[in-house]
Design a protein around this ligand. Structure first.
Ligand code: 5RP
Length: 231
């Protein structure tokens, strides 16, 4: 089956959890975009929800779909965030940030009672790390931050190669928050909670793409159907 169809099916399954009156976090990426589009169809049929987008791209998509938006300054908690992932393991720990929105995605997920992750089943892995880990950094002092990152990888038992994510016209990719992203090719992350802790302690790191203990439900769509894994 076509991968886009699998993503749409996972998104449709997450939509089953949505009720009128809910406040929703709206993820970023091609799978989350399916959710936004399906949600927009339900809103046009009368579903009353309000959303907080996790990126400017998702904001534009949600506005185009007629979804009412708000901010985390105007409301307290969100009921559910629905977002995609670059990788998920069986404990529901994730790598996110392939689309560069990891900072807002993590802020929104942390303000949510539930985080539902939607994906096609190719995203499920035994051990995180095959997908390069995105790390959002402050441009100032990048060389020092890179050295600190290498020390963190060593301490967490990973061997890492870092690459500054390119953007348009040969410049660095710039996030919605005005920062840069380095992608770390680690191959295998034996202890994701430990690495997450070490990365968070580096001053030049704004946020990293390890989402540890945040997802409550993983919806995986495959050729044989949909399965959900709950934390
Ligand atoms: C964006 C993300 C996305 O959720 C992740 O990259 C998955 O995207 P896609 O659904 O297109 O595979 O973390 O920052």
């Amino acid at each position: 089956m076509d991968k886009e169809e699998l993503k749409r099916r996972a998104a449709a399954r997450a939509l089953d959890e949505v009720r009128s009156g809910m406040k929703l976090g709206l993820g970023t990426g091609s799978t989350a975009k399916h959710f936004v589009e399906l949600l927009g169809e339900r809103v046009r049929d009368g579903l009353d929800v309000v959303g907080v987008p996790t990126s400017e791209v998702t904001r534009a998509d949600a506005e185009r779909c007629g979804i009412r938006l708000t901010t985390l300054d105007e409301i307290d908690r969100l009921d559910i965030t629905v977002d995609g992932a670059d990788e998920a393991d069986g404990k529901l720990d994730l790598i996110k940030g392939g689309g560069g929105a990891l900072l807002r995605e993590k802020i929104v997920a942390a303000a949510s009672d539930r985080m539902i992750v939607i994906a096609d089943e190719s995203k499920l892995v035994d051990t995180l790390g095959r997908f390069p880990l995105p790390i959002e950094v402050i441009p100032f002092g990048l060389a020092a931050t890179r050295r600190a990152l290498q020390l963190a990888f060593d301490a967490a038992g990973c061997a890492g190669e870092l690459k500054l994510r390119p953007g348009k016209d040969g410049h660095a990719f710039v996030t919605d928050g005005g920062h840069w992203i380095v992608d770390a090719r680690l191959g295998r992350i034996p202890d994701a909670p430990r690495l997450a802790q070490l990365l968070s302690a580096i001053p030049g790191v704004v946020e990293h793409g390890l989402f540890v203990g945040m997802a409550s439900t993983l919806v995986l769509a495959g050729a044989t159907g949909i399965r959900t894994i709950e934390r």
